[in-house]
Structures are given as C-alpha cells and as structure tokens.
Design a protein around this ligand. Structure first.
Ligand SMILES: [Zn+2]
Length: 77
C-alpha cells in the first residue's frame, strides 16, 4: 500500500511526510508516516528534497531512508 505525493500535478509515490508547528516555526521531514493524517503532507523524494520553508522557519530533515545507508566517507572515518 502506498500513497502519492501531495503536490498538485505530481503522481510520484510518496516517500516522506512533512509536518509543521506554527508555534515553533519548524517544519519536519520524516519517513513516510504509517497512516495518512490531515495535518501532514505526503511528499515524493523529489519534492521532499526541494521543500522550502518561510523566512525565519527551520527545516529539520529527519528522514532515514532518503540518503541511503550512512557513508563512512562522508563521516571522515
Ligand atoms: Zn512530488
């Protein structure tokens, strides 16, 4: 069972869930939630990667799948 990206005109499979909190001026990107929720938006990987937040807001990308397994090269080990 899969859901589609919430962006109008986009029919790619959703891979991430976007949520936000006005009180904290924060937007979260997380792995696709198990259940759809009226307060969040499902996005495909393309649109999740191009999310822009309003000035003064913080974007916290907490996805674990999008970037694949951690690379030792990136860590510098
Ligand atoms: Zn999309």
């Amino acid at each position: 069972m899969s859901r589609l990206c919430a962006k109008p005109g986009c029919d790619r499979r959703a891979t991430a869930t976007l949520s936000y909190a006005y009180a904290e001026s924060t937007v979260w990107l997380e792995d696709l939630a198990a259940e759809a929720h009226p307060m969040v938006h499902d996005l495909c990987d393309l649109h999740a990667d191009t999310v822009r937040v309003p000035r003064g807001w913080e974007l916290r990308d907490q996805r674990s799948l999008a970037a694949g397994p951690p690379s030792l090269d990136l860590i510098g080990a």
